[in-house]
Design a protein around this ligand. Structure first.
Ligand code: SF4
Length: 389
């Protein structure tokens, strides 16, 4: 028996090709895509402007399936987190951060992560697998329509869009799952899907240089780089990928990317680790790095107070230290923000946390006990994305 195709795995071009194989014209693909991504419909029978013959063909060959929600928690400040089942005992987290002028969704791209940054609990849990396009775009689809339902906003183009910005900063290194990520990006940007502006979609990387260049050609969106250190010796320790693609190479790639990027600056993320990378000297070294005469990079800085976890052996920089570090950058003319703490009464993730996902054995137990799934007991301080888009 032929496996059913999950249509959420297909980007706009692929959906046209798929419909072509069924003997259908390209406009049918547009209609189908709008049902899936603009109206949030998964039942072919409800797609009333598709010919009955096409609906019948699809029913036997295709499905529309997004990851199942294991838990759904909302913080007192409106931050909402979903834990999603991505099969075989794996789960990923998706976080929505509402603000006055925007709603940002933080999306995961891998179950676990192989990069193993020293300060990151997702890295410590190891790599399980890449998410499919359906699992990546499915996070946006699930969240957009769940938020609309909660607010009583109708689906379709007339209903007010809830998610204005997407950041690929959840679990995983997006560029190590490049093809699936780019397909999902194309859907995020497509007017017959989510219609987000390139400026409002941000990919965050730990520095996979060849893929920075590829993204510039394939689908340039806003770029954030997890920098965390101003020199190779320290960055080799904190972000092991630096041993393969050192800072000189990374800065050059950032500069090249800016020729195609929808924004005129790269966002450098810098996790503030007490006594490790947070001295005045480090701040000045950072300025030297990005203003290098032969390789200057137009950039902004986002300082992230570290969220400690027991195995890391690292501590969060003191508030005054973060302020002093930020002031040096500001005084040198760089836009610098400090990431806010949000949603401190639910368990969530920001690309550095694995939260409930860390222990997959525990997750299996939770899957068997739906009451526990819906009432997470761990109460951790969460740091969520504040800036970027
Ligand atoms: S910080 Fe990002 S790239 Fe590094 S281990 Fe964590 S998820 Fe992976």
């Amino acid at each position: 028996m032929t496996a059913l195709t999950n249509l959420l795995d297909l980007d706009p071009q692929q959906l046209v090709a798929y419909c072509g194989e069924l003997g259908e014209k390209p406009f049918r693909a547009t209609q189908l895509q709008r049902w899936m991504h603009v109206f949030g419909v998964s039942d072919f029978g409800a797609m009333t402007n598709l010919a009955k013959s096409l609906r019948e063909k699809l029913t036997g060959r295709a499905v529309i399936v997004e990851p199942a929600v294991i838990s759904d928690s909302t913080s007192h400040d409106g931050t909402r987190k979903w834990l999603l089942d991505v099969g075989r005992g794996n789960a990923v987290e998706t976080v929505f951060i509402p603000e006055d002028d925007r709603g940002t969704l933080c999306v995961s791209t891998q179950a676990g992560c192989a990069v193993n940054c020293r300060f990151c609990s997702t890295g410590k849990q190891g790599f399980s697998r890449n998410l499919t396009t359906a699992e990546i775009i499915g996070q946006l689809r699930m969240a957009e329509f769940a938020l609309r339902k909660t607010k009583g906003v109708e689906s379709g183009p007339k209903g007010e869009r809830q998610i204005s910005n997407v950041v690929l900063m959840g679990m995983g290194e997006p560029f190590l799952n490049y093809d699936a990520v780019v397909r999902a990006l194309k859907l995020m940007l497509d007017d017959n899907a989510y219609g987000l502006s390139r400026r409002r979609v941000t990919v965050s990387t730990s520095g996979v240089v060849p893929m920075i260049d590829r993204l510039a050609q394939d689908c340039p969106v806003s770029l954030a780089v997890s920098l965390h250190a101003p020199n190779d010796a320290l960055r080799n320790e904190l972000v092991p990928l630096n041993r393969k693609h050192g800072l000189k190479e990374l800065m050059a790639a950032c500069r090249r990317y800016l020729e195609y990027a929808p924004r005129d600056a790269i966002m450098f993320e810098y996790c503030m680790l007490d006594g490790v990378n947070d001295t005045d000297k480090h701040a000045r070294e950072l300025i030297t790095l990005v203003t290098d005469r032969t390789n200057p990079v137009s950039c902004k800085f986002n300082l992230i107070p570290f969220n400690p976890y027991p195995e890391s052996g690292l501590k969060r920089s003191k508030h005054e230290r973060v302020q002093a570090f930020g002031k040096i950058l500001l005084d040198a003319g760089f836009i610098t923000t400090v990431r806010k703490t949000r949603g401190d009464d639910i368990d969530a993730a920001c690309g550095q946390l694995a939260g409930e996902v860390q222990d997959r054995t525990r997750l299996r137990e939770r899957l068997q006990n739906s009451r526990e799934i819906c009432t997470p007991t761990d109460r951790k301080l969460i740091r969520v994305v504040e800036e970027v888009a």
